[in-house]
Design a binder for this molecule. Structure first.
Ligand code: NI
Length: 398
């Protein structure tokens, strides 16, 4: 039997796992039932598993019969604070929470991958470590997994993950070398002026005007300080100052996000932004305090690992199912924290079909993912593990 026939044979089981997770979505760091389901399934497969120091999340280890590298495979498990707007029979039963980012599919892909690799254990070279991670959606789940030793004992040589993508057809896998997703950082600028009467501006320092200049100035970082081919986004999404029309307030506060793809540019932009805010305020007689928070780093795919994934997908699924992702996304992903320590890659699994619902953006409560993506994801993961570990690819061909 080929790997695709084996996956097809267990299709209902894998899709069933996804639907159970979808029906009972859980928010970041609250993935208690999801973790239970994951661990029960791993027990059923007789794969050694344990919690990862958190209340939620799990790690599992599968040792191949032959020597080889240690490959980590990561799935994120958390859902979003969003009310599902689909009529699916397995739609969310947890009010105000739903899986609109496809993390339910990621978890099902990893469980299916564990199931198949267990079958292939006698032919498998090396060790596979499965990381079922909580809290990808902005709560640092990857960081806590790493802090709790997920990358040690045994140490990982490579790491892989996948993410659903509604701009690619179901059944395809998307790859890209280098930057796949951006870094996501945030800042808060407090402009301190001198309050007073709106009719006597010369007796005070108007922080609103200073803030307006700063907002305009920081856009010149993108247009004048960074190379035009190096993507940067700076957005001020929140601005507050004052209470009424006839009083100059004492301060203005703005908050924003910075997205970059190049790790060096990321540091430079943070410095330019502080310099411009402080300097502009100083030039206008005010003061600016800048708090800068480095969030998720850019997701940098290792070129060699992408070559291996591409070869594996071409060999097992066919060249027509492998797509090159032409441009990276300015979205971000905490898988980047693992990639700072271990070479690896995140590949995309296409999820759209002929229905308009499948083409909604990620995080849209009406999105319906085509479940073929789960099966393709499993084939992509298992074949990539075989390729990277040097296991015999002919085993997958039946
Ligand atoms: Ni996501």
């Amino acid at each position: 039997m080929t790997i695709l026939e084996r996956i097809e044979e267990k299709k209902e089981e894998f899709v069933g796992l996804r639907r159970r997770i979808h029906e009972y979505p859980e928010l970041s760091m609250q993935e208690i039932e999801t973790t239970k389901l994951v661990r029960e399934y791993l027990d059923h497969l007789r794969i050694e598993n344990y919690p990862n120091g958190n209340q939620t999340g799990a790690v599992a280890i599968l040792k191949g019969a032959k020597p080889g590298p240690v490959i980590g495979l990561r799935a994120d498990m958390d859902a979003l604070k969003l009310t599902e707007n689909t009529n699916l029979p397995f739609a969310s039963k947890n009010a105000g929470v739903c899986h609109a980012c496809g993390h339910d599919l990621h978890t099902a892909v990893l469980l299916g991958t564990a199931c198949l690799l267990k079958d292939y254990q006698p032919e498998l070279c090396g060790t596979v470590k499965f990381l079922f991670q909580p809290a990808e959606e902005g709560y640092g789940g990857a960081k806590s997994m790493i802090a709790n030793g997920a990358l040690e004992n045994p140490c990982l040589d490579y790491i892989l993950a996948c993410h659903t993508w509604p701009e690619m057809p179901a059944g395809t896998i998307g790859v890209r070398k280098g930057a796949m997703l951006g870094a996501s950082d945030s800042f808060k600028i407090t402009v301190k002026g001198k309050g007073g009467h709106a009719a006597h501006p010369h007796k005070g320092i108007d922080p609103v005007v200073v803030a307006a200049h700063i907002i305009t100035e920081i856009q010149t970082i993108v247009s004048r300080r960074v190379a035009p081919v190096d993507p940067v986004v700076i957005t001020v999404g929140h601005l507050t100052a004052g209470t009424v029309s006839n009083i100059i307030p004492g301060e203005a506060v703005m908050e924003g996000t910075v997205r970059t793809q190049n790790p060096e540019t990321r540091i430079q932009v943070s410095e330019y932004l502080k310099q411009l805010a402080v300097g502009t305020a100083y030039a206008m007689g005010a003061e600016a305090e800048v708090e800068y928070d480095f969030g998720y780093p850019p997701t940098m795919n290792d070129p060699k690992v992408i070559d291996w994934i591409s070869e594996a997908v071409t060999e097992i699924l066919g060249p027509e199912r492998l797509l090159q992702v032409p441009v990276s996304s300015m979205g971000s992903e905490d898988f980047s924290f693992y990639l700072e320590k271990v070479p690896g890659a995140l590949f995309r699994i296409g999820t759209y079909d002929e229905t308009p619902e499948s083409k909604w953006a990620l995080h849209n409560p009406a999105i319906i993912f085509n479940e073929q993506a789960i099966l393709t994801g499993i084939a992509g993961m298992v074949s990539s593990v075989f390729k990277i570990s040097g296991s015999d690819m002919n085993v997958l061909k039946g």
